[in-house]
Design a protein around this ligand. Structure first.
Ligand code: GLC
Length: 768
């Protein structure tokens, strides 16, 4: 788009409207540090699927014409706007944040090759580019040289994505994922740019198909683009990566506190084919003393793959089964896909047809494609009435005692080719296309699911989704879809989950053991050692693959899996504290080292170590046959080996022995780790004595406690304890006393010295 020269501007509150020769552009200061850059291309659809409610803080903005450009300032930023709607953003003290690239696009290093040669290579199936693809909406920003690019949600790639190009188009990909894959299931067009002393985010809030090129085309610029929707992006500035992530989640929402049991171990398989098989998994869990909270029913529990039904043949008396499982501490989570079987007499289909709730083809007839149930139709989740209907449907499952809903295939996936882009979908009552609603379909389905569960149960809904768009974290957790039992998939899952976390999706996990292909005992051990630290800890495998429950191999594998699943249960109070932090700050639970230690250049590209919250660092083994590894301990603090207690200075690289039963774990000095006793499932034992392990140095830690179930905490029904460790002493203070159940005792491990102290009032002073 050629905007042409600036003609004049108007300022209205915190928004500046700039009239160019050929179009209008807007710069709005949402907050002092978040700027929205907008120009309407498709005015009828300009609402956000990611941002809900008014986020503007009525910022005081000043705008002046200086020669032939405009300077717009907030107290923190100065935005220079030039002809052709080009911008440059600076901090108020004159540091450059980012500026548009003024040159022409040019593909660096492109091979000169004839059309004939291209066609020939394509014949063998090679993907050949047609050269530079121009887009209707295209923003090019200068590469200043030292950028690292993080975020972008669900990308199967390294933490730093510089040099790669991606697309945002929710895609169901059962083939093995690989590192230069443009898109996967989720589209989160949020990019974090880190340079020395500069951090900012770009949130391109365009839910159509979009592209990001991070210096692949040309090292002189990076770009984002689209052929539909509006030019609509936010520059989120901040003094650290953390503040950029918080800025993004300020706009799009944070992950709310989950129910406590959702942090337990979860066992899944496509499928536990019938009731006996599922019950025998439950029995094996308890017999083998593997803590476990959740068992899954994958698609085969349904009657002929009809959603919201149970197959009586496979799962007779399912309510009674769920009750029995519940008596033994298991929750049941069922899968629900969007594809509704086309079958007259099936109530979900009939109701949908009667109320006109399914999407239509361009010929005006209900659109059909094939998914698990065969010929299927697709709810038009863009409409409130359809979402309400779907929300009501959740009751069928929750009344049966189902504790959570797993939303799959909601890209939406279809087996008879991808749904054509012109199939008619709605955005509320406006008719539009599949192409426009594709990337938000999974989000809208998850939101309906969340609202239904919340309405029917009053509890914090547990929803898992495969597909979504930015902002879905308010309603759903996510898993990374169909990975494979490959070592490389274990390795890449770390950066993938870190990237999702940086992009707002704090409750995330990958299928432990790998979904497709056969797992090996060694891989299961190593994957469980990573999985026990991921927010969603679920072992899952595909039909036809070898079983990979903890006991499926040999005694050693069982023992190792048990050890790490038990460790998970010991750490649940810590993880819950991380979630408590997430709800207010948007910072992820599973984080890359760079989020905590960005000043330490050595961590900018660490893909195979991660942090859990701010106190634990894990350096897992992600290669077959390896029994030791180098571990980088970031600068700025000392570190304790979790297993041996040995102390190491930060800024060092060490070699750690890691036989199969050992996952290297380090604790940051100053930590006060709260721990639970091991239990078979969350809630099995009442925890009136909390264990605290203090790791040297001075530190402060906030510990959160509530009923772990509903929303009473939002009315103040929670306790908050402050643990301060200083010069070898620990003090405890109850800083919010809103929840009736409190700890009666603390079992404290203070640098090896053990204390068992009663807690009756609100303070415990200087235990030493
Ligand atoms: C998809 C899901 C997978 C599930 C399977 C059957 O492949 O990604 O997790 O098990 O469908 O429902």
């Amino acid at each position: 788009m050629n905007y042409g020269r600036i003609k004049y501007f108007n300022i209205e509150g915190s928004r500046v409207e700039i009239t160019f020769e050929n179009a209008v552009g807007y710069i709005t200061a949402v907050t002092e540090e978040i700027i929205n850059i907008f120009s309407p291309f498709k005015p009828e659809c300009n609402h956000s699927f990611a941002i809900e409610g008014d986020k503007s803080r009525n910022v005081h903005v000043i705008a002046n014409m200086v020669g032939n450009y405009i300077v717009i300032s907030t107290s923190k930023l100065a935005i220079y706007v030039y002809d052709n709607f080009q911008t440059q953003i600076m901090t108020s003290d004159g540091t450059l944040i980012c500026r548009d690239y003024k040159g022409e696009r040019e593909a660096q290093g492109a091979a000169i090759i004839t059309q004939e040669a291209i066609e020939q290579a394509r014949m063998e199936g090679h993907a050949m580019s047609d050269g530079i693809a121009h887009h209707k909406i295209e923003v090019l920003k200068c590469m200043e040289g030292s950028e690292c690019f993080y975020g972008l949600g669900d990308k199967y790639n390294f933490l730093n994505k510089k040099g790669y190009a991606f697309e945002m188009w929710n895609s169901d990909i059962p083939d093995p994922h690989y590192e230069s894959m443009p898109s996967l299931y989720k589209s989160i067009p949020f990019l974090i740019v880190h340079r020395e002393k500069v951090d900012y985010g770009i949130f391109f809030d365009n839910h159509h198909r979009t592209q990001f090129d991070l210096g692949k085309e040309n090292a002189g610029y990076y770009s984002f683009s689209a052929d539909d929707g509006d030019l609509n992006y936010y520059v989120i500035s901040g003094d650290s990566i953390k503040s950029v992530v918080s800025g993004y989640t300020y706009l799009t929402g944070t992950t709310p506190l989950p129910q406590l049991w959702t942090l337990g171990y979860q066992q899944c398989r496509w499928s536990y084919e019938n009731r006996d098989e599922l019950m025998s998994v439950a029995v094996s869990m308890r017999k083998n003393e593997i803590p476990c909270d959740v068992l899954y029913c994958d698609i085969d529990y349904m009657d002929d793959f009809k959603v919201f039904t149970w197959g009586e043949k496979q799962y007779p008396q399912h309510r009674e089964m769920i009750d029995t499982l519940s008596e033994h501490g298991f929750k049941v989570v069922t899968i629900i896909d969007p594809g509704v079987k086309k079958e007259e007499g099936y109530s979900v289909y009939d109701e949908g047809v009667r109320n006109d709730f399914f999407v239509h083809g361009t010929d005006g007839r209900i659109y059909e494609n094939v998914v698990w149930p065969g010929d299927s139709v697709f709810p038009d989740f863009g409409r409130r009435a359809v979402r309400n209907w779907w929300a009501d449907k959740q009751r069928i499952m929750t009344d049966d005692g189902v504790a959570g809903i797993w939303n799959d295939m909601n890209e939406p996936a279809s087996f008879r080719g991808e749904i054509p882009e012109d199939v008619v979908f709605c955005d509320e009552e406006r008719k539009t296309t599949h192409s426009e609603m594709h990337n938000v379909y999974g989000s809208l389905m998850s939101k309906a699911t969340y609202e239904g569960i919340r309405r029917h149960t009053g509890k914090r809904p547990f929803v898992i989704t495969r597909a979504c768009y930015s902002g879905a974290q308010k309603y759903t957790t996510g898993w990374t879809g169909d990975n494979q039992s490959h070592w490389s998939h274990l390795r890449y899952s770390i950066a993938q989950m870190c990237s999702l976390g940086l992009s707002g999706m704090a409750f995330i996990g990958s299928d432990v053991g790998g979904f497709g292909s056969d797992c090996t005992p060694e891989l299961l051990c190593r994957w469980t050692q990573v999985g026990c630290f991921t927010p969603l800890f679920r072992n899952h495998a595909a039909k036809g693959t070898r079983h990979q429950e903890p006991w499926a191999f040999d005694q050693q594998t069982l023992d190792i899996c048990r050890k790490y699943i038990r460790l998970r249960y010991r750490l649940i109070p810590y993880l819950y504290d991380c979630f408590h932090e997430t709800e207010s700050t948007g910072l992820p639970v599973f984080r890359p080292l760079v989020l905590e230690f960005q000043k330490d250049k050595n961590v900018l590209e660490i893909n195979d170590q991660f942090m859990v919250g701010q106190w634990l660092m894990v350096a897992p083994i992600v290669d077959q046959g390896r029994v030791s590894r180098d571990v980088y301990l970031p600068k700025g603090c000392n570190w304790y080996d979790f297993h041996t207690g040995e102390r190491f200075p930060g800024g060092t690289r060490i070699l750690r022995e890691a036989p199969l039963d050992t996952c290297p774990i380090y604790v940051r000095e100053g930590a006060v780790l709260p721990m639970w006793p091991v239990m078979n499932y969350v809630g099995e034992k009442k925890v009136d004595c909390l264990e605290l392990v203090v790791y040297g140095g001075d530190g402060e830690y906030l510990h959160y406690q509530d009923n772990g179930t509903d929303f009473a905490y939002r009315d103040g029904e929670y306790n908050l304890y402050r643990f301060v460790s200083k010069r070898g002493c620990l003090s405890v203070e109850l800083v919010n006393a809103g929840y009736a159940e409190r700890y009666e005792r603390f079992k404290i491990n203070l640098s090896g010295k053990l204390f068992n102290v009663k807690f009756t009032g609100r303070r415990l002073n200087a235990i030493r």
